[in-house]
Design a protein around this ligand. Structure first.
Ligand SMILES: *Cc1c(COP(=O)(O)O)cnc(C)c1O
Ligand code: SF4
Length: 365
């Protein structure tokens, strides 16, 4: 195994990482894909772009057709099967969008979309149809209405840069966006939702970190789905961000064939916290993005997994299992629910050992 110092020295410049990766569907010709994958690629790519930096592709074991990294970025013929009831905008971003490039569903926080482009395109992305139909990058002008809206709403305390991937932007654009958000006095915290630390860790440079740093508390929410994504390069990237004082959290999506086993999730959550210093925040139940039935688990399977995790992992290593409800119902925890029954102040509650115990509430007047 390479040690960290070697990894830093050997790390290619991030632009090489992008250039040598897959940038267009035609770049897939260079990869050892199956005939079925090749046949599907063109059609799948017209629905959701194909892109992955070299650093991410290098994690794939091409001898394994079910490789969990490959499953996340290489188009599959299964994507073309769209099931009845799947949704183009699974969590109603558009319905709660009062001005372009902004979603406001919870009073104290907004999503701000500085770009609809990403460094890597994940096949399971719930926002893939917005990325395809809107698809545009950052301009100063495009964010004007959203920033004016935030300035007009003093109840907004958190601005969440998402997209698209905000960290796919140049340092200069990021510094400009951050300065404009910081100028709004009632904003307290800047959050960045990104897959760049996972898929293009070499992009997390001192210049990028400096662009984000300023008056606001900065929280970076990464998106690791498998322990194999945790490498010496991601370790360097996360250390750079932690040393800048950023709070690091992770959200994962529960994906059949990628991370739907206790062992995989256990290792992922533990390595995130112990090796990267990234707190597992959410484990998302697979939403109703079109063409993703082959990657979804049932809710009951998800509940069994998180119940097992709860017993195996420390409190800080445990994520909260949530479903982001359609129609803007928000992220609701799906359990595990340990309550078996109740009779007045007597509750029957299942312990981590699986045994059900009685718990009687005693509350003073
Ligand atoms: C997910 C989401 C947030 C952030 O929710 P947290 O529970 O605070 O992480 C905010 N706004 C919208 C519209 C969201 O979908
Ligand atoms: S990086 Fe995020 S927004 Fe972009 S394709 Fe992946 S999941 Fe979707």
């Amino acid at each position: 195994m390479t040690d960290l110092k070697d990894a830093t020295r050997a790390a290619p410049d991030w632009q090489d990482d992008v250039r040598q990766g897959v940038r267009h569907v035609r770049d897939l010709d260079r990869l050892p894909l199956s005939p079925a994958e090749r046949a599907a690629a063109q059609e799948a790519a017209s629905r959701h772009k194909v892109r992955a930096p070299k650093a991410y592709l290098d994690l794939i074991d091409w001898n394994d057709p079910a490789d969990p990294i490959r499953a996340q970025v290489i188009p599959s013929p299964d994507e073309l099967d769209e099931a009845e009831g799947e949704l183009g905008d699974p969590i109603a971003d558009h319905e709660f969008s009062p001005v372009p490039r902004l979603t406001h569903r919870h009073a104290d926080r907004v999503l701000l979309f500085p770009t609809y482009q990403c460094a890597v395109y994940c096949r399971f992305c719930f926002r893939k149809e917005s990325l395809t139909s809107i698809g545009r990058g950052y301009t100063r002008e495009a964010l004007e209405p959203a920033l004016a809206y935030i300035a007009d709403h003093p109840e907004i305390r958190e601005v969440i840069l998402t997209g698209g991937d905000p960290l796919s932007l140049p340092d200069k654009a990021l510094a400009e966006i951050v300065a404009r958000v910081e100028a709004i006095a009632h904003v307290r915290l800047l959050r960045i939702h990104t897959r760049v630390p996972v898929a293009l860790p070499s992009r997390i440079t001192s210049g990028l970190v400096a662009a984000l740093r300023g008056r606001l508390m900065v929280t970076v929410v990464t998106h690791f789905n498998h322990a194999r994504e945790i490498t010496p390069a991601t370790e360097v990237a996360c250390r750079t961000m932690r040393q800048a004082g950023f709070v690091l959290l992770n959200q994962s999506v529960l994906l059949k064939g990628v991370n739907d086993s206790v062992e995989v999730l256990e290792e992922l959550c533990r390595e995130l916290m112990y090796r990267l210093g990234v707190k597992p925040y959410y484990l998302h139940h697979g939403d109703l993005a079109r063409g993703m039935a082959h990657r979804r688990t049932t809710i009951a399977q998800g509940q069994a997994l998180v119940e097992a995790l709860r017993a195996r992992l420390s409190g800080i290593c445990n994520p909260v299992y949530v479903l982001d409800l359609p129609e803007g119902g928000g992220k609701v925890p799906l359990g595990p629910c340990p309550i078996e029954g109740r009779d007045g102040e007597s509750w029957r509650i299942r312990g981590l050992d699986g045994k059900v115990r009685d718990y009687r509430e005693i509350v003073g007047e």
